[in-house]
Design a binder for this molecule. Structure first.
Ligand SMILES: [Zn+2]
Length: 368
């Protein structure tokens, strides 16, 4: 179905500086200067591809607002926010574990979180049916008292809390398909039955000792945390199988009033920080499935906020396909990297991993 899709982006998002490191490390000692994995190009090239293909004209381009400090502090401690501010004003530093702050990053991070808050208002007020916020810096690893994994403030968690406070929502889903576990988001809602957190990630990548399938939340939140660890090499078919057998039935039973996606395009087949085989079309399929679910329950309220994705060449195509699914209309662009390889057929170890999730989650949800 065609609908209005919001696209939230700001040039400032590309000005957050992560320095001259290599992959996820900073330069120095044995690390020669290189381009840091979390550099602006993968995101800037999304905007470029949207413009060159003119698909941007199919989207409602909307400017993000700044989140207020008070809004950030709904999810982060005052001490931590102060630390980011101080580092940012001093020209940069590390606000946690691989959480690089550059000059002025604090203000850009406020605009990044504010981008998702803008999306929440747009969707709740029906200005658009769904929205994509090209947020940078990303957020899902950020814990309440510290940054982590290139993330400063947890954009999606702040947005869920905002949607609940402002619009009185009682059932929000956060689906995190970034290849790494969404530890910060999980922590924010681990004992919260009103926010169902589902993370699909590659097993044992990042962060260490998080994302185990056996962790189902705590206190009142038991049963509202779904960790889906998949083995390296899982591709489109494995992800589709996961949606069909776990993600969709659980979301269906939860009946969400709003769906937020932590959209990291690092399960892509060319990502340097993950080992999955999802193609651009695979991202289209996941986005289309989420759109169908959102439409089924509450008029299609669906928001994606950008997380990781480090293949500067391929992330733009994956993200374009997500936007096509959201908009309900195809662009003129066909994935040029789709050279007719297999799309990651499903192997027994993948089915085994998904069955393991089902066994654990069957205690809380009806799963066939
Ligand atoms: Zn990631």
């Amino acid at each position: 179905m065609e609908n209005k899709t919001g696209f939230i982006c700001d040039e400032s998002y590309f000005w957050h500086q992560t320095g001259n490191g290599a992959l996820m490390l900073t330069a120095g000692n044995w690390i020669q200067e290189d381009v840091h994995a979390e550099n602006p190009e993968s995101k800037r090239r999304i905007k470029n591809l949207l413009e060159r293909s003119r698909f941007i004209k199919e989207l409602e381009q909307i400017e993000p607002r700044y989140a207020t400090r008070k809004e950030i502090e709904t999810n982060h401690t005052t001490d931590y926010v102060e630390r980011v501010t101080t580092l940012s004003d001093a020209g940069g530093g590390d606000a946690g574990e691989h959480a690089i702050v550059g000059p002025g990053s604090y203000e850009i991070a406020l605009l990044s979180a504010g981008g998702v808050l803008t999306a929440v208002d747009l969707v709740m007020k029906k200005t658009v049916s769904n929205a994509y916020a090209l947020t940078r810096p990303p957020g899902h690893h950020a814990e309440q008292d510290g940054g982590m994994g290139f993330c400063l403030f947890n954009n999606v968690a702040i947005a869920a809390k905002y949607a609940r406070a402002k619009y009185g929502l009682k059932r929000i889903v956060i689906l995190d398909w970034d290849v790494h576990h969404g530890n910060g988001t999980e922590s924010a809602f681990s004992s919260d039955p009103e926010v169902l957190f589902i993370s699909i990630h590659q097993e044992n990548v990042f962060p260490k000792n998080r994302g185990s399938v056996s962790y189902v939340g705590e206190g009142e939140g038991v049963g509202y945390n779904v960790n889906i660890e998949l083995p390296a090499g899982t591709g489109n078919e494995g992800y589709n199988y996961t949606f069909e057998h776990v993600v969709e039935p659980i979301i269906d039973q939860f009946q969400p009033e709003l769906i937020l996606i932590s959209a990291g395009q690092d399960p892509s087949r060319f990502d340097p920080l993950g080992r999955m085989l999802v193609t651009a079309e695979g991202f289209y399929q996941m986005a289309a499935r989420m759109k169908t679910l959102a439409e089924k329950h509450f008029n299609g309220r669906l928001i994606a906020c950008h997380e990781g994705g480090y293949s500067t060449s391929y992330v733009p195509f994956c993200t374009l396909k997500i936007l096509e699914a959201f908009r309900g209309k195809r662009s003129v662009v066909e994935d040029p990297f789709d050279l007719g390889y297999h799309e990651g057929p499903i192997y027994p170890n993948q089915i085994e991993a998904i069955n393991k999730v089902k066994e654990i989650q069957k205690e809380y949800w009806n799963l066939a």
